[in-house]
Design a binder for this molecule. Structure first.
Ligand code: GDP
Length: 415
């Protein structure tokens, strides 16, 4: 049955995961889906044995993330993971994906550090000032060097990394992380399962000095980016965990710095703190400025649309996929108003009316048919005939063109 999705927008995160090929984007995404569970129903919590069963089945077969936008839930927050191809040949497509996501996690290989494709995608994200966090992955590998990777972020990306964690142990003995905000150790000693299963411990004595040094660096970097922190820092006042987190969020949203976390997705170490950080530090659709479009046929006259359900509907078709069961699916980011199944809308680029067929929210292992969806959401739509990638769909009475994209529209085959 089709359901209505009305979500508190402050609890929505539209994120992309970007990486050089082989850095671990797929593995990290899989682990995120593992920890968030995928067996949720609207209004339900997302725990339960069915999720585990599904994971076991999928682990046997090897999960493939087949959707251009996969929805999952973490601690009352809805996270839409938008697929951003890392491969350099897809540059135009990456740019389109960046336009629809509000924040991103860049995954790095702890041995290789900052690689060329990440530099390319990072530059594109700079263009749209997409708030970003970094996850230095593969710390279990021989030769992994977290701090060298952080240095490379400065040298190659010209970014301002805010180191929030330090690794405990290295390579095969990588055990966990020092949390420099809470000044505690998070460790994973055994096999990891669903849920909050890291142990919270004291910072190991041999790391106490390094932790104090990097805590000081964290405060300095944050003070540079945030006046409230600077004031307290100069006065020598202590900041609470909540104050620090609020400041990290402000500075990240302003694209002044990039929080850096680390771990090994492969061994399930570090992914839960990464999810916590996505929820804490990356923007909701409400944190993004009203989108600016223009009048049809008149690029000089700007029209802005706020992310609110009572605004006229506007959305951007950002990806066309071919689903083996459903046929052509068009992924749409709703910027304002409501998108309703069965409604007739205007494609303001082609000038044609389009009837919205079925609307789906895509999960890792299933799709959910929905009757209507509000601003800030990302859904797959069936039934659109003349809509191409980059086209705007909008309310017939309130036309707007959100973007005049000239890219060719590739059809992505979904396995
Ligand atoms: P993608 O190309 O960025 O999507 O990378 P994948 O997630 O497919 O990972 C590339 C390879 O690295 C695969 O063989 C993974 O099993 C492996 N890998 C991913 N994460 C880790 C990790 O944390 N540690 C180790 N040792 N290998 C990893």
């Amino acid at each position: 049955m089709a359901v209505d999705i009305t979500t508190d927008l402050t609890k929505v995160r539209n994120i992309g995961i970007m990486a050089h090929i082989d850095a671990g984007k797929t593995t990290t995404t899989e682990r995120i889906l593992f920890y968030t569970g995928i067996n949720y129903k609207i209004g339900d919590t997302h725990e339960g044995s069915a999720t585990m069963d599904w994971m076991e089945q999928e682990q046997e077969r090897g999960i493939t993330i087949t959707s251009a936008a996969t929805t999952c839930w973490w601690k009352d927050h809805q996270i839409n993971i938008i697929d951003t191809p890392g491969h350099v040949d897809f540059t135009a497509e990456v740019e389109r994906s960046l336009r629809v996501l509000d924040g991103a996690v860049a995954v790095f290989d702890g041995v290789a550090g900052v690689e060329p494709q990440t530099m390319t995608v990072w530059r594109q994200a700079n263009k749209y000032a997409v708030p970003r966090m970094c996850f230095v992955n593969k710390l279990d590998r021989t030769g992994a060097d977290f701090l060298r990777c952080v240095d490379m972020m400065v040298e190659r990306l010209n970014s301002t990394p805010l180191v929030l964690q330090l690794p405990i142990g290295a390579e095969a003995d990588f055990l966990g992380v020092v949390d420099l905000v809470g000044m505690r150790a998070l460790t994973w000693r055994g096999e990891t399962k669903m849920g909050e299963d890291y142990e919270v411990e004291e910072i190991p004595a041999e790391l106490a000095e390094q932790a104090a040094e990097y805590r000081e660096k964290l405060l300095e970097t944050l003070a540079e980016a945030d006046d409230a922190v600077m004031e307290k820092y100069l006065e020598g006042e202590e900041l609470s965990v909540e104050e620090l987190e609020a400041a990290i969020r402000r500075a990240t949203l302003a694209d002044k710095l990039n929080p850096v976390l680390c771990g090994t997705a492969f061994k399930n170490k570090g992914v839960q703190p990464l999810l916590d950080a996505v929820v804490k530090f990356l923007p909701s659709p409400l944190d993004i400025d009203a989108i600016i479009g223009h009048k049809v046929g008149d690029e000089e006259t700007e029209i802005s649309r706020k992310p609110a359900d009572d605004e006229p509907f506007s959305g951007l078709a950002y990806k066309i996929a071919s689903d083996p069961h459903l046929g052509k699916l068009i992924y749409v980011r709703v910027y304002s108003g409501k998108l309703e199944a069965g409604a007739t809308v205007l494609n303001s680029v082609s000038g044609k009316k389009e009837r919205i067929g079925k609307v789906y929210q895509m999960h890792a292992n299933k799709r959910e048919e929905i009757a209507s969806v509000g601003a800030g959401q990302i859904v797959a739509v069936m039934g659109l005939k003349d809509t191409k990638t980059g086209h705007t769909l909008c309310d017939q009475q309130n036309p707007v063109v959100l973007e005049s994209m000239t890219f060719p529209a590739p059809v992505i085959e979904v396995a």
